[in-house]
Design a protein around this ligand. Structure first.
Ligand code: NDP
Ligand code: 2IT
Length: 450
């Protein structure tokens, strides 16, 4: 074993021992450590000051009970969390997830990734993540409101516009942010930019809703340009049908690509004629208004097919956009994509590809954009929402879209700067990890031992 591998191995063994039962956190740290450990061995100031070790230990984690009453008058109890991971370069910033699968380990992986992602945006934001094991599926609007209010009643004592600024994630969209913002305002008697993703008329930003999905596609556009290619005529798979997926599809269509699949946790819709703007409007209605399953797509468009319980990755495509959840692409799925001629993957979801899948993409020579780079557009526009709130102004859609486009290109350039290999290929994962780490690491060094 090389010295680097021995150090990496020892580091990971210690991390796993200190964080038992948190496989997603181990996976996220390994993905970064494989590049940062060798990097810090070449730059001893980071190693001597234990910068990476410190970066893998969250600043703090709060967990709290959330009690609420359902429509039948039954008392329900959930667990809420906020992982305040690192505030070296700005207030903690990151989404809130409501999903039955939420655990402390999942939020630790997300908060760790968020710290590096936020660093890549170039904006002054630290990393955090929160959420609850509350399952929003099948809940009435009033139940959602009561849960959001109960959750914020407790969370409000830990956040603030200069401390920690949460936003949306899985199960938390405009509706939930509004209920939480309303409750914060009521408890604190302050109208302040404490959450992002707010409605436009009460402190929200244009383009925030679209930003993650658009950014994922802009990043792919930049990767394709390095090969002299564009979206025109490319067949694309998009998993998920929530916020990120919807706006990824919208932008792919605008750039001349054809999306042939979308999905949710019940299965995949395959529409070989393409999910056009008109069909996408129907998906948005199904998901945002009716809160229905994706299989309902076939009621209006019977020429499509529905694969129950399946992900989209067996369908032939040129480009793939995982926009649902972590570990939704395994090694076998990745092998299908490579065999079927897929040339690029841009990750909308956080850590959607497992380690086997990433190895398969990289060996297959695909353009592979890891989530911390590709989906950073969402939090970037959240950062711009914070700026607008502080300045008490609102920028136009065009202004914000231009800023988002430039931020995604800057992130692409940073990945190339730190990830270009001797053969000319770009290892975007390595580039994103090192570029994200260096900015946070320099700030931590400046603060001394804290
Ligand atoms: P939404 O709640 O709007 O949509 C989530 C979508 O993913 C739904 O279609 C959902 O299906 C599907 N999904 C969720 N969990 C699973 C699962 N376990 N198996 C299969 N499908 C699943 O969330 P977002 O679109 O906001 O988030 C999607 C991903 O993007 C997440 O990984 C999130 O962390 C990431 N992300 C989000 C950002 C944002 O700005 N919102 C920013 C950056 C990253 P179903 O309805 O059936 O559960
Ligand atoms: O994973 C993410 O980057 C988000 N869920 C968005 C976070 C934010 O603060 O906008």
């Amino acid at each position: 074993m090389s010295e680097q591998n021995a150090v990496l191995d020892e580091f990971m063994q210690g991390l796993i021992r200190r964080n038992p039962g948190e496989p997603e956190f181990h996976q996220a740290v390994y993905e970064v450590a494989q590049h940062i450990i060798p990097f810090t061995m070449k730059h001893p100031k980071y190693e001597q000051n234990q910068i990476f070790q410190r970066l893998t230990e969250p600043d703090r984690i709060v967990s709290f009970r959330v009690c609420w009453e359902d429509d039948q008058g039954h008392v329900r109890t959930q667990r809420g969390y906020r992982v305040q991971h690192n505030n070296a370069i700005g207030p903690y910033k990151g989404g809130i997830r409501f999903h039955h699968s939420v655990t402390q380990g999942i939020l630790k992986f997300l908060a760790f990734e968020q710290t590096l992602k936020n660093s890549l945006t170039g904006l002054p934001m630290g990393g955090g993540k929160g959420g609850s094991d509350f399952n929003p599926k099948g809940k009435s609007d009033r139940e959602i409101m009561r849960f959001c209010q109960a959750f914020m009643t407790e969370l409000s004592r830990h956040i603030g516009p200069f401390t920690d600024v949460p936003a949306g994630d899985i199960g938390v969209g405009g509706r939930e942010i509004s209920y939480m913002f309303g409750q914060y305002k009521r408890i604190r008697n302050e109208f302040t930019g404490v959450l992002t993703g707010k409605g436009i008329s009460y402190g929200g930003s244009e383009i925030r809703t679209e930003a993650t999905g658009y950014g994922v596609v802009y990043f792919m556009q930049d990767m394709l340009a390095t090969k002299g290619q564009t979206f025109v005529g490319k067949r694309c798979l998009v998993s998920g049908s929530g916020n990120v997926a919807q706006y990824a599809v919208e932008k792919i269509n605008e750039l001349g690509g054809t999306v042939v699949a979308m999905s949710d946790s019940s299965g995949t819709v395959y529409d070989k004629e393409g999910i056009t703007a008109e069909k996408l409007a129907h998906v948005k209605h199904l998901k945002e208004v009716q809160r229905a399953r994706i299989s309902e797509y076939l009621t209006k468009y019977p020429n499509a097919e529905f694969y129950e319980g399946k992900t989209p990755w067996h369908i032939p495509c040129d480009l793939a956009f995982p926009c649902a959840t972590q570990n939704e692409i395994n090694g076998e799925d990745a092998a299908h994509l490579v065999r079927n001629g897929c040339m690029g993957v841009s990750e909308g979801a956080n850590m959607p590809s497992n380690q086997d899948a990433i190895t398969t993409f990289q060996k297959g020579g695909l353009l592979y954009a890891p989530s911390k780079a590709a989906n950073a557009g969402g939090v970037a526009v959240s950062g711009l929402e914070m700026t607008q709130n502080s300045m008490r102004i609102s920028w136009s859609r065009d202004e914000l879209n231009t800023r988002l486009r430039n931020i995604m290109s800057d992130i692409h350039s940073k990945c190339v700067q730190y990830g270009k290999e001797e053969d000319g290929n770009v290892d975007y994962l390595k580039g994103a990890n090192i570029a994200g780490f260096v900015k946070v690491g320099e700030a931590m060094l400046a603060y001394g031992v804290v």
